[in-house]
Each structure stands twice: as C-alpha cells, then as structure tokens.
Design a protein around this ligand. Structure first.
Ligand code: GDP
Length: 323
C-alpha cells in the first residue's frame, strides 16, 4: 500500500525536492502552505497537480492539528522555518516562533491527533555554532551563535524529548548547507553562481561578497532529501549528521564558478563589509561516518558537480529571460 507524507515547507528548496522524490516512490503527498498574496509555488509548478496543498501555519496550532487530521500521514517532514541566519538577528522573535515554538506545536499536534506518525525534524549545523571539535559528530556539544541556531537547538532537543517521553518515532537530521538551482539568491552559493553567469553574459560587471575565508560543508539538496526519507524508513528513530563530510571556502567556490565560465574571479569580485557577519560560524564540517555505516547513505554529487549544475542553470535562465 502506498504511504502518505505531509511536508511543511513544501514550497521551499528541500520541500520541493523531497516531494518529487516521494512522488517517484508513489507516496500520496500533502504540503502545508501558508497563504500568500504572491505566488510562492514556483519551485513545485511542474508537479503541483500531483500534490495536495493544505493551508496552515506553524504559528497556528489548530491549523496543524487539522492538517494532520486531514492528511493522516505515515510520515511528517518538518522543513519549514525562518531559515536565513542574518534575518534571525533582525527578527529574532519571529525566527523563534517559526523555527523553535513551531516545532512544539507540530509535536503536540502529532501526539494528540496521530501519534504513530513518523516525524523528521530539519535540524541544522548552525546548532554547533562554534564547535569544540571538527568534524562535528552526532555527539558534539551544541554552541549556537545566533538566534537561528538557538531556535534550531531548541527544536532539536524538543524532538528528542518527545521521542523519549512519549515514545514517538521522531528524529532529527542535522543538515549542513545544501544547495541547488532552487536555492534563494540571498545564500552565498547561488549568489556566486548567479553572479558568475550574469558577468559572463554581460549583465553585471562585479560581484560583492563578504568573508571569502568562511568555510562550509556544502552538498546537493537532492542528496540531503534522500537521507531524510531514508531516516524515516528505519525500525527505530535515530538522529544523524547529513552533509558532504568535506569543507570548501567561499574563495574556492567563487574560483570554481568563475573558472567554469572561463573568467578570473580576481577581475570581478570585491569584498564588501556589508556582507560580513558578526559572530559567525566559520568552521563547520560534519562527520558522515555514522549515517554511512547505519543507513548506507552518502552523497552522490560532488562540489564541482553542484557548481556546474547551478552555473549552467543560471546561464540558461538568464539567457531565456533576456529573449
Ligand atoms: P549559511 O550561513 O550556511 O546558512 O549560508 P550562506 O550561504 O548565507 O553563507 C555561507 C557563508 O558564506 C557564511 O559564512 C557567510 O559569511 C559567507 N559569505 C561570504 N560572502 C557572502 C555573501 O555575500 N552573502 C552570503 N549570504 N554569505 C556570504
């Protein structure tokens, strides 16, 4: 019998890839979506007729209970949050409402309406902030350094609390940064691939960036959602790190993207203090040994594959928009 999944954050990068993956596996897919006066379905327009949208919001407990009542999900993936770190400084309460307390509302809704629902919580490497060790493992202490990371740490522990206290099948995937052509341009990877493509096509002359020495563990969003799905197919819920297991600097990223379009980044990139972050997490890299060992998961896409796919996408999109 086919399974049913409910995804919060369906219209975001991860939700849109996860829904695609689950549809391939013949799931019935429901997505919780916030009402918006603008069209926010662009990432799912190519299959929007195959998913059921339920109107609801992580800020509204009743809407979550109703959504679970309606969908009767076997699996619930919580991929919704206020996910942009700098905004968490200017809107810390809103970030906590969505990213932290929203998870309390979801877990309470599951417990009250359908406690046999398997629950995936999108935890984040930002919970480590300034970690004591590198690479980080599932046992590394949390030292978040911004309201986003702190909210994610709350949500992580609360998921563990509900697992232990109420015996729910609830688990957290601690994802490191993951990217794709569906990533928003406020994030540095997409900003750089779009910037390189624009300069290549003569649509821009320069690209302003922040800290070029910041390092991240980047993987493809498609790899990340495959791990999320796998985590809910087990007999017992476990938390895992999901990443590439490698780091690259922003400088290497910009170099790879510009080289790919035949340009030297030194001629176009300048550093602007506006894009520097106070108290940022600079050295995050996850150990993926545990998930490899227990679930047999590892990323299929390399860093270079990801850069090329995104630059190619941006070149094509910009070219088509010009016509
Ligand atoms: P996240 O911080 O991992 O959620 O993702 P981002 O893509 O926003 O940032 C990744 C890293 O790139 C951070 O360490 C930033 O300080 C660094 N970075 C350097 N220049 C920029 C920039 O122009 N924009 C953004 N967003 N990040 C930048």
């Amino acid at each position: 019998m086919s399974k049913t999944a409910l995804i919060t954050g369906l219209t975001g990068q991860d939700g849109s890839y996860l829904a695609e993956l689950l549809l391939e596996k013949e799931y019935k897919v429901y997505g919780l979506v916030r009402r918006s006066s603008t069209n926010n379905l662009t990432r799912i327009h190519h299959y929007s007729d195959r998913v059921e949208l339920i109107s609801g919001d992580l800020l509204d407990q009743h809407s979550l209970m109703d959504a679970i009542e309606q969908a009767q999900p076997d699996e619930l993936y919580n991929l919704a949050s206020q996910s942009y770190v700098p905004l968490s400084w200017t809107q810390p309460s809103l970030t906590a409402e969505y990213t932290a307390i929203g998870v309390s509302r979801l877990l309470e809704s599951i417990r009250r309406v359908k406690p046999d629902t398997k629950f995936y919580q999108a935890s984040s490497s930002e919970v480590f902030g300034q970690p004591d060790e590198s690479p980080q493992t599932e046992k590394t202490a949390f030292r978040p350094r911004n309201p986003y990371g702190t909210s994610k740490a709350y949500a992580h522990w609360l998921t563990c609390n509900y697992r232990e206290h109420y015996n729910l099948y609830a688990c957290c995937g601690i994802t490191y940064t993951h990217e794709s052509p569906r990533r928003g341009a406020e994030f540095v990877f997409r900003k750089i691939t779009q910037g390189a493509a624009m300069i290549k096509l003569g649509l821009a002359k320069e690209l302003k960036l922040g800290n070029l020495d910041a390092r991240r563990d980047w993987c493809h969003a498609k790899d990340a959602v495959a791990a999320m799905c796998l985590m809910l197919q087990q007999d017992t819920p476990e938390d895992y790190i999901i990443g590439s297991g490698k780091t690259h600097s922003v400088r290497e990223l910009v170099d790879t993207a510009f080289q790919y379009v035949g340009l030297n980044y030194h001629d176009y990139v300048s550093v602007d203090p506006e894009f520097y972050r106070p108290d940022e997490a600079v050295q995050l890299v996850g150990s993926i040994e545990e998930i490899k060992l227990q679930l047999g998961w590892e990323p299929k896409y390399t860093f270079a594959d990801l850069v090329q796919e995104m630059v190619d996408y941006d070149l094509k999109e910009l070219h088509e928009n010009r016509l």
